[in-house]
Design a protein around this ligand. Sequence first.
Ligand code: HPA
Length: 269
Amino acid sequence: MMFDEALRALGSLRERTDFVPEIAIVLGSGLGGAVALDETVCTIGYGELGLPSATVHGHRGAMSFGRMCGKDVVVLQGRIHCYEGHPSSEAVLPVRVAALSGAKTFVLTNAAGGIAESLDCGDIMAITDHICLAPNPLIGPNDDKFGPRFPDMTEPYDPSLIDKAFASAKRCGIELKKGVYIQFTGPSFETAAEVRMARVMGADAVGMSTAIETIALRHIGAKVLGLSFISNKACGLAGKPLSHEDVNRESERVVGKMSALLRAVVGDM
Ligand code: HPA
């Protein structure tokens, strides 16, 4: 059962470090370089914790514990995705382990396709809510030690963290937008018709990762701030085909902006 796997991974982690982070930061596609810790205490590969290794280019698959802007943090470089063949419950293991190690607040970043006309390439969007079209990560037996069978999802993205993120962004002169994130499983990008459907449903940006992590984290009682970096216009809106390389290239091009925002947000927490 996935809860046992998370506890086993925590056990392996505790053999390496007794560091207790307050904040966890998850770095999405092409955003691996968005955080440089001021002081690194310990870096551990997912494989060393018995977690599936990340296989996607742009995702390293390691947790780094250390200090950043005066806070004790863990940075998760890389994700495990459903489209790599893992059930959602397994894809959320890294964030569950980070939560079990002590992190109470999570900053989840991702690269996403912009659906709303107001979102341009290079924009950062604070996620206000999500639509999850990927399988729910809580499917399967529930362990009440982690959270309730039917967790509430009224405000999955913490409104006070969103307000704080806007204040931090303003302080460092970064424009922050807001909107609803929709998760498809991938790995094929959406069709133009699916993007039109997503828009009608109320989605502003589309990706393949973050909603399932937020569900698992709300289940366990952690607070979530979601930041989508708009790496491309969603399929059918740009007039040209999409590629993962384009996503990574655009993410890497403006990684400095996400980096500045993350430092400001974490420092102000
Ligand atoms: N669709 C899905 N996931 C993505 C996209 C997209 O357009 N861009 C970056 N991740």
